[in-house]
Design a binder for this molecule. Sequence first.
Ligand code: FMN
Length: 194
Amino acid sequence: MPLPIAFISTQSRDKVRNIAPYSCIMPVLRPLDLICLASAEKRDTLGNIRETQEFVVNLVGQGFTDKVIPTARFSKPEEDEFDLAGITPRPSSMVNAPGIDGAYAWMECRLAGFHQGPGYTLVMGQVLRLEVDDACLTPEGRLDLDRAKPLMMIGGKKGMHYCTASDLDRFDAFGAMFSDGKDPLARAYGPGEE
Ligand SMILES: Cc1cc2nc3c(=O)[nH]c(=O)nc-3n(C[C@H](O)[C@H](O)[C@H](O)COP(=O)(O)O)c2cc1C
């Protein structure tokens, strides 16, 4: 099934900036402010998160397809991957690591914990700040998929097929899952949000 291609930006203790695409990334339950990503051990991204306890999840549109391989290729830890891939940094508000200019959303995260597996680490991040490009929001404040065109991929045996997502124009309230029709987490969300 399609997975998102999120670009994780970090910087090392020595302020070397790094970017890597990650598809094994998901929210951990509602209210969706805790996220988890699965990382192989040999990743500068993981080393930087261990060193600095922070990272930025940049959600990009299909216009970033050509940046996937340049950021996924091995590069030496001392090389600046913004420069290497021709990507413009965007200052973050809550963390030192810069985000990526031109993404449609940015999640500035603080390390919340690790789960160590054999050959991989699950990284849990607390989202300190979520910002979405106004140009990619509907008048109701929802993500406009036709504008954001989220970059995704379907993994095959030999590689990945890039794709994006489209709206089915159908909505169900979370409350519909409960017998009283009320969402127990309703208070965690602001008024007017769908
Ligand atoms: C589309 C795509 C998705 C990827 N997803 C992951 C992932 O979820 N976890 C992971 O450890 N590596 C993933 N990779 C591989 C890393 O991006 C790649 O090894 C990269 O060089 C790591 O960079 P770093 O060493 O600078 O962190 C993915 C690569 C691509 C192209």
